[in-house]
Design a protein around this ligand. Sequence first.
Ligand code: TSJ
Length: 639
Amino acid sequence: MSQQVTQSYDESQIQVLEGLEAVRKRPGMYIGTTSVRGLHHLVYEIVDNAIDEALAGFCTEIKVDILPGDIISVSDNGRGVPTGIHPQMGISTVEVVYTVLHAGGKFGGGGYKVAGGLHGVGASVVNALSEWLEVEVCHDGESLVKQRFERGKPMTKLERIGDCTETGTKVTFKPDPEIFDETVYEYETLQNRLREQAFLNAGLRIILSDRRGEELRQDDFCFKGGISEFVTYINASKEPLHSDVVFISGQKDGSTADIAFQYNNGYAENIRSFANNISTPEGGMHETGFRTALTRIINDYARKHKYLKEDDAGLQGSDVTEGLSAIISVKLEDAQFEGQTKTKLGNAHIRTLVSSLMSDGLSTYLEENPSFGKTVISKVIDAARAREAARKAREATRRKSALESGGLPGKLADCQERDPALTEIYIVEGDSAGGSAKQGRDPKYQAILPLWGKMLNVERARADKIYGNDKLQPVILALGAGIGAEFDVSKLRYHKIVIMADADVDGSHIRCLLLTFFFRFMRPAIENGYVYIAQPPLYKITKGKQVYYAYTEREFEGLLEQLGPVPDDAVQRYKGLGEMNPEQLWETTLDPATRTMLRVTMDDAIAADAAFSLLMGDEVAPRREYIEVNAKYVSNLDI
Ligand code: TSJ
């Protein structure tokens, strides 16, 4: 919040690009999706505007309220959106902000210096996708003005409705059920996002309130320690190896980088990066700079202090990030987002900035704190040894299975096609479902791998243990690309890896386990968009000779309405995949022409991983607390 706007906000910078009709016609183009995720994006989009005001140094507090009816209200104590008449448009600037696509200082190039915003689409898109939206502004500290819109269209002028003493902006909106599949907000989703934003903007207070139920639920986030406290939070369910979080920060040519990290005694890597407060799960230059610098600095230190001998092999990147929790947050102008989901930072100068800050900061820190150095070195050398053991275990596994079955697990029903771009593997929980899937599939392109064996706690396992696990080993062999540092995405035998499990608690667990496993040991498979979750139907309705399937409760209710009265025995609720015969399974879940599948994103995987750490980690207290607080959510916390 130290940044100052050097240029004055020029109302003429607001650019006119397109009308709001386009947004309502193709909402996915503007907010990515009209699913429950898109619903939450509306809130982030509005909050980001208030955070921009905080970054500019004019706002210290943001309130987010979920009101009865799933109406959202966001207010800040900033300067208030300018209320004067816009010189080019001839209407108030407030109205321009809400009705002109891409309006707002951040698109003019000279407004806010560092722009947030998930897709940078702004308030007008939220307005277009809301049944109604009201904005109240106190800009001059005297007059409170208000304007109301319905589905993007102004219903009133910007009118004076009373007096005010403190400046600020308040936006209240009701997402349009004509647009969104789902209009119920999930407290935890907003809570996680707002907590994260509070960590990223040290000292900014964000208050979230849920006023829908009888009891008020509230969080008051304000972290003076910023991303250092974020690392402490991530490590709260783990055992840190050293007491202080290392914090390194600096800037060059208008770009800033903040880095915080701490090792724990676990084996998972927990590095999260952000550019302009936007999460970059695909990584990019800031993350690369951090990883290469960390590897180089620790290797140099280990050699200099004779922890490594001259002809010892060096430590690898995966060795120095084992058990590491880190946050990298950079701010820059003209951030270039690349990659499959546009969440990978492409600006090369940021790599140099992060790397040189690390060289200065971490080298000094190591020399000044020898006990920290010793702890870190013993951790990373241990990791390197485990990596070597894993390599041997993998080779042994390969040799053994090559003798037994040509390198493929016995239970795999493989497909005939060999081009991975054309093939799919269904990983199926349960023997009866596996049997149906084998009979119902298209054997040319679809392989089926039934899962059996005991669940492994991936949280506490390194690669060498994973190879020996009877549940995961067949998965690794069938996919053919190795795991961990040695995972080679180009060797994958299928480009669609589909997790298929029941819609119950056990199914939830297996999805969570597999997602966490893919996230930790085969991450590029997720980054490349190769991992999917099958969506079997929940209901079957038979009317006369026609059969209908419903994949959600909502679809089910819709179908009942559409079909009119049906006898009770016409409705079948599927409790598990095993209840479907091979033909039904093909029609509903396997047939590429008719099925729906969810493609797993890095966000999904991160959420599964976090839930998994809590549920499977060493520390009992936070797990118990998590389950108590989230008892009613645990069953669906992982999609
Ligand atoms: F975008 C929005 F309308 F959705 C929205 C904007 C929502 C919320 C909750 C807050 C805001 C917002 C905008 N808070 N503060 C501002 N500030 C300005 O728009 C502003 C005010 C004054 C000046 C100036 O140069 O005097 C410049 C700006 C950009």
